[in-house]
Design a protein around this ligand. Structure first.
Ligand SMILES: [Zn+2]
Length: 105
């Protein structure tokens, strides 16, 4: 069993404590030990609030809000068809209201 020195914490550990990785030079071991990799990914998660890189795109909440907005819009326009007609120049039918909502949303 061979040993490696972690380039992050500078501790010498057995290769069991390093993740295997393959790069251009062929199979080898990570230059950081597992503890450091884990510590680093936890730090990343804490800093970004998410382990995946897709955290910027959070559609669920906004989709819900849009849906709620659409329902409110539909309800309001059905109750006020004259207002709808004067603003959108269409009959206050469900399909028209939906189309109008998509146009303004
Ligand atoms: Zn280390």
């Amino acid at each position: 069993m061979s040993e490696r020195t972690c380039s992050r914490c500078n501790q010498t550990k057995t290769t069991d404590d390093f993740y295997k990785r393959t790069d251009k030079r062929g199979p080898g071991f990570d230059c950081w030990c597992k503890d450091c990799r884990i510590a680093d990914s936890l730090k990343y998660q804490a800093a970004h609030g998410c382990s995946s890189g897709k955290s910027k795109y959070i559609p669920k909440k906004s989709m819900y809000l849009n849906r709620e907005k659409e329902e409110n819009f539909m309800k309001y326009m059905k109750e006020n068809p004259y207002y709808f007609r004067s603003v959108f120049h269409m009959e206050a039918h469900e399909n028209n209201i939906k189309r109008a909502f998509q146009g303004v949303a």
